[in-house]
Design a protein around this ligand. Structure first.
Ligand SMILES: *Cc1c(COP(=O)(O)O)cnc(C)c1O
Length: 241
């Protein structure tokens, strides 16, 4: 690992960004009748070098999100993950399930019955239960991963019969729109789904986590009921691919 000098301005920037994000979360949580502690902040660490991730962890970040199995596994050994949880938030191919089950505390991007079944099977064979979120394609975009909202009842019904998997909530990435009120509408629809499903008693399903909101829109997501926000570039700076 390259040692960076502590006067690397990026360290101070991350600290300053984190302060601002925490204040914004507290403010939006307050406006929605909740407190800062009701909304969990995830630091999205894709493309970010371990040295900067570790800096964020030293500042109290206790949840990170990675998109790619390979990237997470190759960085993992370099991260100070004591007391820190990691979630997979990117699209997961069925053939990579074996590599990641047991290595993250949650898979937020379950977008098909086939994937749910694969996660359940691998988990069962290892004697564990994997917590997941169902990713919903709330904008109905063809280019996006995520389950169509109309498919939710059927998929949850099938999952209720499986061992090795437990659904803790929903996740979404809404369509991008300059107009934040349109984005808020999608967040609001997600919250309705979250509440409606939560009211049903489905085995292996407990609506606890509503994961939505990224750097550009996490305040709006909190106003509409998100209790987990996934923030990358607003914390670490623009990504360099
Ligand atoms: C990259 C990513 C984020 C964070 O995006 P930012 O705009 O940098 O905050 C959140 N969620 C998912 C699923 C992502 O892929």
């Amino acid at each position: 690992m390259t040692e960076k000098f502590s006067n690397d301005p990026r360290f101070a920037a991350i600290e300053e960004n984190l302060k601002i994000i925490r204040e914004s979360i507290a403010f939006a949580a307050g406006l929605s009748g909740r407190s800062e502690g009701d909304v969990r902040l995830m630091a999205v660490t894709k493309t970010v070098e371990p040295i900067y991730i570790n800096h964020a962890l030293s500042l109290g970040i206790d949840l990170i999100g990675e998109n790619k199995v390979q990237e997470f596994l190759s960085k993992k050994e370099l991260l100070r993950l004591d007391g820190v949880q990691a979630h997979l938030i990117g699209h997961l191919q069925t053939n990579k399930v074996k590599q990641i089950v047991g290595d993250v505390s949650m898979i937020e991007s379950v977008d098909s019955l086939r994937l749910a079944k694969a996660i359940a099977d691998v988990s069962k064979s290892r004697g564990i239960t994997t917590d997941v979120l169902i990713e919903v394609n709330i904008g109905g975009e063809e280019s996006k991963t995520g389950l169509e909202p109309s498919m939710l009842p059927e998929v949850l019904d099938e999952i209720s019969e499986m061992n090795g998997i437990f659904v803790r909530g929903l996740m979404t990435v809404p369509p991008f729109d300059e107009d934040i009120s349109k984005t808020r509408n999608f967040f609001s629809k997600m919250h309705r789904l979250f509440v409606d499903i939560g009211a049903k008693k489905i085995d292996n399903v407990s609506m606890e986590i509503l994961s939505m909101g990224m750097s550009a829109d996490y305040e709006a997501a909190i106003l509409e009921g998100a209790n987990l926000v996934r923030v990358g570039s607003a914390l670490f700076g623009a990504r360099q691919y």
